[in-house]
Design a protein around this ligand. Structure first.
Ligand code: FMN
Length: 202
């Protein structure tokens, strides 16, 4: 069993179309730890020691958030800046995160075809996520392909939200049970609910 931790960050959670439901789905999975970052730190006064201990205590770190200006909500950036200290996460003696995995679960208003060189967002989604990917790498972590929900504001009406929620639960259970094929998940462009790289049950 892997110890999975979901960090959820949404400053406007009350108005959420999809992330609140996704976070509830995560909380419903047995054996998964969760933290609502904006609830824990509404004034950004992050407890660095507590967060570093939380990281030591888990094998898989999930950041679940809406895409804000092609990046994360600000509290995740603040968390990264403060918690991933030299000597803890990187640099001399900074090996606390080595061998752990990092997964981004995110939603975007833009439709999938907008995230391409021909689309209005001009770049593939993965291009916008390279700072997080390299942050994970520098810290000796495995960066798994993200699990995105495009066109998030239409997802419920289009009937895409429920399969996406079910896929999220499956991803978390598979991570917990060491059933996600980590090599395949590392080399994939994105993870999607209908093609999750699962290993057979033993
Ligand atoms: C400040 C802000 C910035 C946003 N930036 C982006 C963006 O860069 N790309 C995008 O596709 N959607 C962007 N959006 C839309 C959100 O990603 C979208 O509303 C969210 O994923 C929907 O999730 P929710 O219903 O849980 O809030 C932005 C929304 C806000 C409020």
């Amino acid at each position: 069993m892997a110890r999975v931790l979901v960090y959820y960050a949404h400053p406007g959670d009350r108005f959420s179309h999809v992330n609140a439901a996704l976070f509830q789905a995560a909380r419903d999975v047995d054996g998964i730890a969760t933290l609502d970052l904006y609830r824990a730190y509404p004034r950004f006064n992050i407890d660095i020691d507590a967060e570093q201990q939380r990281l030591r205590d888990h094998d898989v770190i999930v950041f679940q958030h809406p895409l804000f200006w092609y990046s994360t909500p600000a509290l995740i950036k603040e968390w990264i800046d403060l918690v991933l200290e030299h000597g803890f996460a990187y640099g001399t003696g900074g090996e606390a995160l080595h061998g752990k995995s990092l997964l981004q679960v995110l939603s975007a208003a833009g439709p999938e075809d907008a995230y391409s060189p021909e689309g209005y967002q001009h770049f593939e989604l993965r291009r916008f996520l390279t700072p997080m990917e390299q942050t994970a790498r520098l810290c000796g972590m495995r960066y798994l392909a993200p699990y995105p929900l495009y066109g998030a504001l239409q997802a419920r009406d289009d009937g895409r939200l429920n399969p996406h929620l079910a896929g999220y639960r499956t991803v978390l259970e598979a991570l917990r049970d060491d059933r996600l094929d980590l090599d395949a998940a590392t080399h994939a462009e994105i993870l999607s609910a209908d093609a999750l790289p699962l290993t057979p049950r033993l």
